[in-house]
Write a protein that binds this ligand. Structure first.
Ligand code: FE
Length: 194
């Protein structure tokens, strides 16, 4: 992992995008798309939903934790343990705001929440996602889900989760990383001054 971070938003943005570019030849755990394709498809879903820029960035970087910690423990070949926290912490250190980092930090708990609260959700998960669910604590219990449902940012968290699940199409053609560079630079410049 690189650091300390340069103070120039342009440089930091390019460092962060380089992590995703490194996912071009890394398969997305048990799915038929690369890590980079998965990130780009999730961001494209957010963009087409006319989501706020922070959520587009959250979708783009939601799995970056798989790509930045090469020596980290894995879930028996199903990705890096705690990749959601690794990714969220990386982006927070880089200067991204909580509107970007928290949907990333929460995208695994969102799955556990939806398994409890949304009928048919568990059955529709991909086999790989079901496999990791067991290692991530399984569905929330009802008390945990009730607390989770009261989060003010629940809608944003669930939106990123939904785009994540739709971003596994091997035939999708979507814009590349360059399409998000200006958005990321502007976000970093803004969030570092407030
Ligand atoms: Fe994902």
């Amino acid at each position: 992992m690189v650091g300390p971070w340069s103070t120039a938003p342009v440089t930091v943005a390019d460092q962060l995008l380089a992590y995703l570019a490194g996912g071009e030849d890394r398969d997305y755990i048990g799915e038929s798309v690369s890590q980079l394709a998965h990130a780009l498809q999730a961001a494209d879903r957010a963009r087409r939903a006319r989501a706020a820029g922070e959520l587009v960035l959250a979708a783009l970087f939601h799995d970056v934790g798989h790509l930045v910690a090469p020596g980290a423990p894995t879930m028996d070949g199903f990705g890096v343990v705690d990749h959601e926290s690794i990714g969220a912490d990386l982006l927070a250190r880089a200067g991204c705001s909580p509107a970007v980092t928290e949907p990333i930090r929460e995208h695994v708990r969102a799955k556990r929440y939806l398994c409890r609260r949304k009928a048919g959700y568990l059955a529709r998960l991909s086999p790989a996602s079901r496999e990791t669910l067991a290692r991530q604590g399984g569905p929330m219990d009802e008390a945990e889900a009730a607390t989770y449902a009261a989060r003010p940012d629940l809608a944003a968290i669930l939106a990123v989760r939904t785009w994540d699940e739709l971003a596994k199409d091997p035939g999708a053609r979507v814009p590349g990383l360059d399409a998000y560079r200006d958005l990321l630079i502007a976000h970093l410049a803004r969030s570092r001054t407030c």
